[in-house]
Structure formats: structure tokens, C-alpha cells
Design a protein around this ligand. Structure first.
Ligand SMILES: [Zn+2]
Length: 247
């Protein structure tokens, strides 16, 4: 299993770093986890297309580049149709409403949407994708991808208290959001994680490697890595675009 970081910037893209987008190669299948602003151009630059797409939730920084990807596939890649698109309820409705798309719209020819929910497991090509509850203000899921003897987990966006730790248990790698730094204050925002919480989650799940991602662009990721590492015995790195990690 190979994880490739396309973009990791938290909440909005920055020069050189798209918002959330991650490729997972499992055998002959290539899965795209999230498709935030800037990710489509990265796909073009790397001359690659996913065999299936998983969207963790419907916030713009995780899904908006599905729109240019759709236009590209619709008009210039008639050879690619029916890409499985797994997303929680409401996400496809949001995206298709941009185009005023009815049920006979080309969107449903280019993509094969499937509404997924926590507790479900789906076979996608050569891998299995499992979903858990993410704590976020819109329907949101954390994700575990398994195949060819390896597995990784991805937080999407989540606060503490969801299924992430349990879903990640025993994975080779946890790709975990760490939007904030420092000790969580009493009035903390409940729908994102602090770096130390990413570390604690990785420790509780017993993963080998933690990659912190979705760090707020105003923060120094090196600080996030050291705060996460203080709570986790394994390896910790920051997910940067272009990074490839064998799992
Ligand atoms: Zn979000």
C-alpha cells in the first residue's frame, strides 16, 4: 500500500499546498481520499486518475475540486466513466446543486455515487473501505482502507469522541488531522483535533506511524509534530505534498 500526499493544508489551500487530498494505491486500485481545492491540478500534473473517490464530508476544503475534475472527465476523458464516489449523505447533493444537476445529468454518468455511513464496509477494487463516526458539524466520516495485508486510517475532519481511535486500531499508519496546537482550552472548538490529541489517538490505536495533516496554515507544522510526538511512542511526521509513504 502506498500513500501519496497531494495536499494537506488545513481549511484552505496555500501556495504549493492544496487543501486535503490523498492517493492510496492498493494493488491495482488507486483511491482518492478527499478532493479539496488544488487537488485537481495535482492530479493533472501527476497524470493520474483515481479508480474510486472517497469524500469524508461536504466542507469545501475537502470536496470542491470534484467540480473541475468532473468537467475534465466529462469533456476530455470520455474513456473514463462510472468512477465510484463514496460520500456521506448530502455531499453529492451539495456538489450537483452547483450544476443544477438532475438525475439524468452527466455527473451520474461520470461518477457512480454511493451514500455511505458509519459502521459500513465497502469493497472498492482491490481494497476494503470501512467508515466510522467523525465529530464534525456536518455529516462526516473517518475512513479505514485495507488491502494486500496493509491498512491505514484517515481522520477526515473530527473532534475528539468519535470512532477514529477504534477504527484505526492496529493500522500501519494513521493520517490524522491536527488543526490546532497547544493544550485544548475549556472553550475549545469541539469539531477539530489538537496535535496532542492526534498523538493520543495514534497511541491508543497502536499504529506504527502517525502523519499529522490539516494543520492550520498559520501554525508551524514542526510544533504540531513535536506536540503529537509527546503523546505517541511511534514515528510522527507532517504530511507534505509530494510525500510518498509505504504502509
Ligand atoms: Zn470540515
Amino acid at each position: 500500500m502506498l500513500l501519496t500526499i497531494l495536499g494537506s493544508s488545513g481549511t484552505y489551500p496555500t501556495p504549493g499546498n492544496p487543501a486535503s487530498g490523498y492517493l492510496v494505491d492498493v494493488g491495482s486500485s488507486r483511491l482518492l481520499l478527499d478532493c479539496g481545492p488544488g487537488v485537481f491540478v495535482r492530479l493533472l500534473e501527476s497524470n493520474t486518475l483515481p479508480d474510486a473517490i472517497v469524500l469524508s464530508h461536504g466542507h469545501g476544503d475537502h470536496c470542491l475540486d470534484l467540480l473541475p475534475l468532473f468537467n475534465y472527465l466529462r469533456f476530455d476523458r470520455s474513456d473514463v466513466r462510472g468512477i465510484p464516489l463514496l460520500a456521506p449523505r448530502g455531499v453529492v447533493d451539495r456538489l450537483t446543486s452547483f450544476m443544477g444537476a438532475g438525475v439524468d445529468h452527466a455527473f451520474f454518468d461520470v461518477f457512480s455515487p454511493l451514500v455511505v455511513a458509519a459502521g459500513e464496509e465497502h469493497r472498492v477494487g482491490t481494497c476494503t473501505v470501512e467508515f466510522g463516526v467523525a465529530v464534525h458539524p456536518v455529516p462526516a466520516l473517518c475512513v479505514r482502507v485495507q488491502g494486500e495485508g496493509a491498512s491505514l486510517a484517515y481522520s477526515g475532519d473530527t473532534g475528539p469522541g468519535g470512532d477514529l481511535e477504534e477504527l484505526s486500531f492496529g493500522s500501519g499508519l494513521l493520517l490524522c488531522e491536527a488543526t490546532h496546537q497547544g493544550p485544548p482550552p475549556p472553550d475549545r472548538y469541539p469539531h477539530h483535533l489538537y496535535a496532542m490529541e492526534a498523538g493520543r489517538t495514534a497511541e491508543g490505536a497502536g499504529v506504527a506511524t502517525l502523519l499529522v495533516t490539516h494543520v492550520s496554515p498559520t501554525l508551524d507544522p514542526a510544533v504540531s509534530v513535536s506536540e503529537a510526538a509527546a503523546a505517541f511512542e511511534g514515528r510522527v511526521s507532517h504530511a507534505v505534498p509530494g510525500m510518498e509513504v509505504e504502509v
